[in-house]
Design a protein around this ligand. Structure first.
Ligand code: NDP
Length: 434
């Protein structure tokens, strides 16, 4: 805390990992002697730069951008870029730190990184977003590469932004290589990448249920957010026979007791991805639904909660409400959406709790598969990628069970942290003092 003053989100992420790992590190003094945890909490480097761009009225605007290259012990740096006014160095450090463990869990050779800017794409024209992305890449391109650091999307960075970023990268680097993932299908993107985080989160949830002889089929589900992860988590949960009754954005949540089926989801995809509208507009279209301004969906009685919007969007009081209403499983589609005391409340109550590092690793896993396809200069079919995604999520679940089982209970928080840690720690030990 003294070394990183004011970085609350980063402290929270490190605290969770440290509380899981400490007993294991004390049992294995080689990690303590080599200061593995201390070294893991210090990024390899942080690049901070100004992004100057011109808006549609001819005004010069300036934003701040970062790339946090956290750890490349098991592969090139890899992690998304976030464009949102709430982005700070602390937020990107927490995300980069978690990314190290998540990428390790996928079993693919990827290090951890994260980046972004306090630029707000909301209300900007396509051409303003293009000029911002091009200006950002003028600086970023010197620090990234297909064997160095491979950025992807995150909040505020979807297909449109990745296309602008990749177009500019290709021009500056004068090569066509897979230095960004989440690309369009006609220029090196992978099938199922768009869906991967949301689908993967539901696959992970189903793995947790199946282990206890249960299933998501027939369950009522609350999803938060209405962006990339929320939309595809809703799609897969519905396909598997669940009923998703909520979605949200920063203005509030909608509750549709009839469930958000494929047709209604198509309306939301158009609303959020094409028209860039607000979730409240759903109620103009579907009169059975209600909009609850400035409120989060956790007050609705459900059996499954999938927080898929942003960090710290589910607090202890909300966790208690969910538990009181009989929630059976929580799988984190977003990064660190559950506050630490709320996560521990779920764990202590004995309900299934899939932490982000494990439950949302499907996105970066398919990004890894996109890199493989780019390197091989071929594209795999939808079925092939989806099968690989399912296998990876099942493997991650098994690793969590292996490292987190205590009696007949599985602590998925400890399991994910430990399983992710061991691989990186062994690599760092092998390298010596670097
Ligand atoms: P999007 O930008 O597509 O959607 C984000 C959604 O969350 C929007 O509905 C947005 O509402 C809402 N939201 C964002 N910030 C806030 C906030 N401060 N308060 C309330 N609501 C908010 O992002 P993604 O779906 O890609 O990402 C969602 C989460 O999933 C993030 O935590 C991200 O790190 C994580 N994640 C994403 C992956 C991916 O592949 N995309 C991979 C792994 C994790 P509004 O439009 O009103 O801002």
């Amino acid at each position: 805390i003294r070394r990183n003053p004011g970085e609350e989100e980063f402290h929270q992420a490190v605290r969770e990992v440290t509380e899981s790992l400490m007993p294991y590190i004390l049992e294995n003094p080689k990690y303590k002697e080599a200061q593995i945890l201390e070294r893991l909490t210090e990024p390899d480097r942080i690049i901070i730069f100004r992004v100057t761009w011109e808006d549609d009225r001819g005004n010069i605007r300036a934003n701040r951008a970062w790339r946090v290259q956290f750890n490349n012990s098991i592969g090139p740096y890899k992690g998304g870029m976030r464009f949102h006014p709430s982005v700070t160095q602390s937020v990107l450090k927490f995300l980069g730190f978690e990314q190290i463990f998540k990428n390790s869990l996928t079993g693919l050779p990827m290090g951890g990184a994260k980046g972004g800017s306090n630029f707000n794409p909301k209300g900007k024209s396509d051409r303003e977003v293009m000029r911002f992305c091009q200006s950002l890449m003028i600086e970023l391109h010197r620090h990234i590469g297909e064997d160095t650091d491979i950025p992807a999307g995150d909040i505020g960075v979807g297909g449109r932004e990745i296309s602008f970023l990749f177009g500019q990268y290709k021009r500056l680097a004068n090569k066509f290589v897979g230095t960004l993932t989440g690309k369009g299908l006609s220029f090196g993107g992978s099938l199922v990448r768009t869906e991967a985080t949301g689908y993967g989160c539901v696959y992970f949830c189903e793995n947790m249920f199946n282990r206890t002889g249960n299933s998501i089929q027939g369950k009522t589900v609350a999803v938060s957010g209405s962006g990339n992860v929320a939309i595809y988590a809703t799609e897969k949960a519905t396909e598997l026979g669940a009923t998703v009754v909520t979605l949200s954005d920063s203005g509030g949540f909608i509750h549709d007791p009839d469930g958000i089926d494929a047709e209604k989801l198509a309306f939301i995809k158009d609303l959020k991805e094409v028209r860039r509208g607000r979730i409240s507009e759903y109620c103009d279209q579907y009169s059975n639904a209600t909009f609850h301004a400035d409120t989060r969906p956790w007050i609705v009685p459900v059996e499954v909660a999938l927080p898929c919007a942003t960090q710290n969007e589910l607090n202890l009081a909300e966790a208690k409400t969910l538990l009181k209403n009989g929630v059976q499983a929580i799988a984190e589609g977003a990064n660190m959406p559950t506050e630490l005391d709320a996560a521990y409340a779920f764990r202590d109550a004995g309900v299934l709790f899939g932490p982000a590092k494990a439950a949302n690793a499907g996105g970066v896993a398919v990004s890894g598969l996109e890199q493989s396809q780019n390197a091989l200069r071929l594209s795999w079919s939808r079925e092939e990628v989806d099968t690989k995604l399912k296998t990876i999520m099942k493997d991650i679940h098994e690793k969590c069970v292996r490292h987190g089982t205590d009696g007949d209970k599985v602590d998925y928080i400890d399991g994910a942290n430990l399983a992710g840690f061991v691989k990186i720690a062994e690599a760092m030990l092998a390298y010596g003092a670097v």
